[in-house]
Write a protein that binds this ligand. Structure first.
Ligand code: ZN
Ligand code: ZN
Length: 198
């Protein structure tokens, strides 16, 4: 487990404690045990299959960030996290079990929808927060085996383009990585102008 100061930092980084963050905290715990934290001596790449709350915990506790190029998002909508230790290409995929968040709870689901749509009363909101707090606490204290399946994996770490060459978009005049432009009718344009942003 983590020293409590570190957990406080993660909560500050994410903005609140919630079950999702708690799950990410525990997934990072598996990763820290198995491949270690990213550092210059121990480069690690994290591939997250969700961009929700758990991703913030992975980022903060593993030292993997978009800007450093060692945090990759695959938009699979899963609480699954792959960690690649580059030194020896040791790769693990940590997958949350379907019941990692606890058994289905109709009261919680109803409240969740109400809070999300802004229909909850102050009292309901307080109940929701208390349930969230309890769920997060349960995740923080569960055994790792109860929360996750860990499987050996082979990861293709998506490589970023080696050459960082800038061109000026013929349409908007903004400097853009050449790899992110396309030629159309003899003019080299950015994805934004080509309307190709996904
Ligand atoms: Zn959250
Ligand atoms: Zn443009």
């Amino acid at each position: 487990m983590y020293e409590s100061g570190l957990l406080d930092e993660v909560v500050r980084f994410h903005g609140h404690m919630c079950p999702g963050l708690a799950l990410g905290i525990r997934a990072a715990e598996v990763a820290r045990n198995e491949v270690g934290v990213n550092s210059p001596e121990n480069p690690v790449v994290a591939i997250v299959e969700t961009d929700l709350c758990p991703a913030d915990a992975i980022q903060y506790l593993m030292g993997c960030t978009f800007g450093r190029g060692n945090l990759v998002h695959l938009d699979h909508g899963k609480n699954a996290f792959t960690f690649v230790r580059l030194r020896d290409n040791h790769v693990i995929r940590v997958v949350a079990r379907p019941d990692a968040f606890g058994p289905p709870d109709p009261e919680f689901s109803t409240l969740f929808e109400k809070v999300r749509s802004g229909q909850a009363s102050a009292e309901e909101r307080a109940t929701f927060e208390e349930l969230q707090r309890r769920r997060a606490q349960a995740i923080l204290t569960a055994s790792l085996d109860r929360l996750f399946r860990v499987e050996p994996a082979e990861a293709q770490v998506p490589r970023r383009p080696r050459t960082v060459r800038w061109v000026v978009c013929a349409s908007c005049g903004e400097a853009t990585l050449e790899s992110h432009t396309e030629e159309r009718d003899g003019r080299r344009c950015c994805r934004r102008c080509l309307g190709k942003l996904g």
